[in-house]
Design a protein around this ligand. Structure first.
Ligand SMILES: Cc1cc2nc3c(=O)[nH]c(=O)nc-3n(C[C@H](O)[C@H](O)[C@H](O)COP(=O)(O)OP(=O)(O)OC[C@H]3O[C@@H](n4cnc5c(N)ncnc54)[C@H](O)[C@@H]3O)c2cc1C
Ligand code: SF4
Length: 326
């Protein structure tokens, strides 16, 4: 059951910033994640500020420099179905189409997808774990089959739940954030917070700060993108393991690019080891095998999730091989 809170539907960004800077307030976009958290009493709020009517935060358009601008209130369906995104960054359309179910994609927004709360079952349950201000992580030596194999630092082994975030990191995208002290542009790669930086925060957003848009730089010639997600069932489910690729080819050689794993770590996990293993090379069997090995070299599996190592190895090799074919 939901606890009591007041509800404000704002008409301007300035009003939203002012209203959400007050303690005990949460921004609401589509509400698909937030209302679930409130219903399950993961946390409570005194006030919800709905930004759903802010038209300036909607839509997909080309920027003057040939990149793309996606308003934070653009729905996941709009991203999955946008001809502009399908043509320019097909991997992003693919990632969006892998999110949840059609109904959730119609209601959920890209801003909310980046800012959604973790899915760890202890966190979503009645456990007062480290991330909720408690003194221990229940997953570390508990039921950790869906948890991470990188970046927990022995503190919190959640996996970041978003499918779009890894692709945005691979593409070198940024988010524009508006807040009480003005606007700032943050690279998506720097937007997420590791447990060792602050175990109770998922993003760098401060009080009253709102994501207004996502900016993706102009695609360089030769860019190829893809997103692959493995889940328990082929129904709606979060990634057990996934890989976002945005590689720039010259002929049949990779020049450079981004490789980011999902279902792997508390943040979208950029694998510089894979990026280095493929840079300057043809994606032949030897290179893809070496890259797949590099992807899991520093993995630190827990008691029940060691299966993720061969899984990541396999999907990295499979996706690199597919991308090489064009
Ligand atoms: C059953 C289920 C299955 C799902 N499966 C997947 C999946 O497979 N892959 C995946 O990627 N996601 C999945 N999701 C998550 C889903 O994509 C998100 O719930 C959705 O994208 C959130 O968008 P929203 O607009 O509804 O956000 P809301 O629920 O309104 O907000 C979510 C959080 O983001 C904050 N927020 C929202 N917009 C902004 C903004 N512009 N600026 C700052 N903060 C903001 C809110 O304060 C809140 O904390 C699933 C969700 C459910 C319920
Ligand atoms: S993994 Fe993180 S969210 Fe889950 S129980 Fe541990 S500290 Fe809490």
């Amino acid at each position: 059951m939901l606890s009591n809170f007041s509800y404000v539907r704002v008409k301007s960004l300035q009003e939203a910033i002012k209203a959400s800077a007050v303690g005990g307030t949460s921004i609401m976009a589509g509400g698909t994640d937030l209302l679930g958290c409130l219903r399950d009493r993961v946390f409570s709020v005194d006030r919800l500020v709905s930004i759903g009517r802010l038209q300036d935060l909607k839509g997909i358009s080309r920027t003057a420099d040939g990149g793309l601008r996606i308003g934070a209130l653009t729905t996941i369906t709009e991203i999955a179905e946008s001809p502009l995104i399908k043509e320019t960054f097909p991997g992003l359309a693919q990632a969006a189409s892998e999110v949840a179910s059609p109904a959730l994609r119609n209601q959920g927004t890209i801003g909310g997808n980046l800012c959604q709360k973790p899915r760890c079952w202890y966190y979503r349950g009645e456990f007062h774990c480290l991330r909720k201000g408690g003194d221990r992580c229940y997953a570390m030596d508990g039921e950790n089959q869906y948890h991470g194999i990188f970046g927990s630092d022995g503190l919190c082994c959640i996996v970041h739940p978003s499918d779009t975030a890894p692709m945005l990191v691979a593409l070198g995208a940024s988010v524009r954030v508006a807040g009480p002290r003005g606007n700032r542009l943050v690279q998506v790669e720097k937007f997420f917070v590791l447990p060792r930086e602050d175990v109770q925060k998922e993003t760098v957003l401060g009080k009253g700060e709102i994501v207004t848009e996502i900016l993706i730089p102009k695609p360089p010639p030769g860019l190829r993108t893809s997103y692959r997600k493995v889940r328990v069932r082929q129904a709606w489910d979060f990634a057990l393991a996934g890989v976002a690729l945005a590689l720039v080819f010259t002929g049949d050689r990779v020049e450079r690019g981004g490789v980011v794993l999902s279902g792997a770590a508390p943040i979208p996990w950029r694998s510089k080891a894979v990026e280095q293993a493929v840079a300057g090379r043809k994606l032949d069997a030897e290179t893809t095998e070496r890259a797949a090995e590099a992807a899991v070299k520093d993995a630190e599996p827990l008691e029940h999730n060691e299966y993720k190592i061969p899984l990541f190895r396999a999907i990295v090799q499979e996706q690199l091989t597919k991308l090489a074919r064009g």
